[in-house]
Design a protein. Structure first.
Length: 460
């Protein structure tokens, strides 16, 4: 029987779930130097770096449920150097500016690993890199273009594999090529977010859970239990941003779902050749992502129902039965030896998608309002870089980070309903159809349908 929901597999199998009682909600009006809305990676990393840089700062984090309830406790555990919007920033600010952003992301993978070690956070981290495979001729063409682009942005330690070498690395059925980067690691996302919250509290950060913020305004965050006033109010709510007053169309909450298998025996892992704990992705338009967990399962994810009408979010991570079936089919397609394998857990979460698919960090010094996010699924590492950038902006320091091209980037809002819902459904129907055509016709180039969808969505 598959456990559906329970926040995520990471929560459902957390042996320390009862060790820490819930943190107390806000009990009335309060003041701080910085108030952070959202107790996920972005909010907690920001609090952590502010307190390490300026220990006397009074930093308060307000979280509507509990730390890691959102994407930070549900994601696929990819700590890697991808960042949403790099090509857009290259077009706007020049190749060198985007290259600096990429170099900062490469360094961020090491930064997270080093801080986890420093703070004694045991998050099942294994730096096996990221392997991205192609399984059709069109995917191979995109893979080679992607690999060349990464080299052009300075990633000279990336490797390109043919079909034989790709399957020797991980034995993916029908693989015709792959690209591997060392700038990636497998993590247990819940252990990271819990350890980070504890590190923040050791530094003196005040965290209030079960405290939903209903509205953010200059120098104050409003909740049902009181208002927290501070010179700086930072919005770190990612996929849950639409729940805030006035933010309905800022970022679209895109759904992503995952399943996890039962632990697999050594003989299966031997057949899969998956010995390096690499994270695994592909070059499909409706792409997948997977990891080998520390307890020898495969956790694999992808798009199910991409978006719920009115920017609604799920109920504690439950996903649709059809999505579980689709992901199971995808798993068995990649690894036929797993046909019929037990699927023990399924869950979903939301990620923040700006209209131009570009991650951003912003601070308005006049109002004291700041925000970071719009990671489009690449937030495990990007949130750390965003947090260090927010730290420098709040402290008024002009640094290499505050000069990166994603700082203070603005984008138009999403369309109102029902156009938003209709558009997203149509886009992902087009991507799925494009994948189907490429797999059946074996065309060596990306289908015009997918290129059109990229232009309409803002990705192209």
């Amino acid at each position: 029987m598959t456990i559906n929901g329970g926040i995520s597999f990471w929560y459902a199998t957390d042996e320390t779930a009862t060790e820490h009682p819930p943190r107390t909600p806000l009990t009335g009006d309060a003041t701080a130097d910085v108030v952070i809305v959202g107790g996920g990676y972005t909010g907690l990393w920001t609090a952590y770096y502010l307190k390490t840089a300026a220990p006397d700062l009074r930093v308060t984090v307000l979280e509507q449920k509990f730390c890691g309830y959102g994407a930070s406790g549900r994601n696929g555990g990819w700590l890697y150097n991808g960042i949403a919007g790099r090509d857009r920033y290259a077009a706007l600010h020049g190749h060198q500016a985007a290259q600096r952003l990429q170099h900062a992301m490469n360094d961020t993978v090491t930064e997270v690993i080093d801080v986890a070690a420093k703070e004694d956070i045991h998050a099942d981290i294994h730096r096996g890199g990221v392997l991205e495979v192609a399984r059709t001729p069109a995917q191979l063409s995109r893979l080679k273009a992607f690999h060349a682009a990464e080299l052009a942005f300075g990633e000279t330690d990336r490797e390109l594999y043919d079909a034989t070498d790709a399957r020797a690395r991980i034995n993916v059925a029908d693989a015709v090529g792959a690209s591997w980067t060392p700038h990636g690691a497998r993590i247990h996302p819940l252990k990271l977010v819990k350890g980070l919250a504890a590190a923040c509290e050791r530094l003196g950060v005040v965290i209030h859970e079960s405290t939903p913020v209903t509205e953010i305004a200059p120098r104050r965050a409003l909740t049902p239990y009181g208002t927290v006033r501070a010179p700086y109010v930072l919005r770190c709510t990612e996929g849950f941003t639409a729940a805030l007053k006035g933010q309905k169309r800022s970022w679209l909450p895109m759904n992503s779902s995952m399943i996890a298998t039962a632990p697999l025996p050594p003989e299966v892992w031997s057949q899969l050749n998956w010995t390096g704990a690499e994270t695994l992705g592909d070059m499909a338009h409706a792409y997948m992502y997977a990891q080998r967990t520390a307890d020898d399962r495969i956790a694999i994810g992808g798009r199910g129902v991409p978006y719920r009408f009115g920017s609604r979010t799920d109920n504690d991570g439950r996903t649709q039965p059809a999505t579980i079936a689709s992901l199971t089919h995808l798993l068995e397609s990649f690894f036929p030896v797993l046909t019929g394998v037990e699927i023990t857990h399924a869950w979903s979460g939301v990620l923040g998608v700006p209209r131009d698919w570009c991650a951003t960090v912003t601070l308005d010094a006049t109002t004291g309002l700041g925000w970071a996010g719009g990671y489009v699924g690449s937030g495990v590492a990007t949130s750390n870089l965003a947090a260090r950038t927010l730290r420098d902006l709040v402290l008024g320091d002009k640094t290499d980070l505050t000069a990166l091209p994603w700082v203070n980037h603005r984008v138009r809002r999403w369309e109102p309903e029902p156009f938003r819902w209709l558009g997203v459904q149509a886009l992902y129907a087009a991507y799925r159809e494009a994948d189907r055509r490429e797999s059946t016709t074996h065309t060596p180039t990306t289908t015009p349908l997918a290129r059109l969808a990229d232009r309409i969505s803002g990705r192209g």
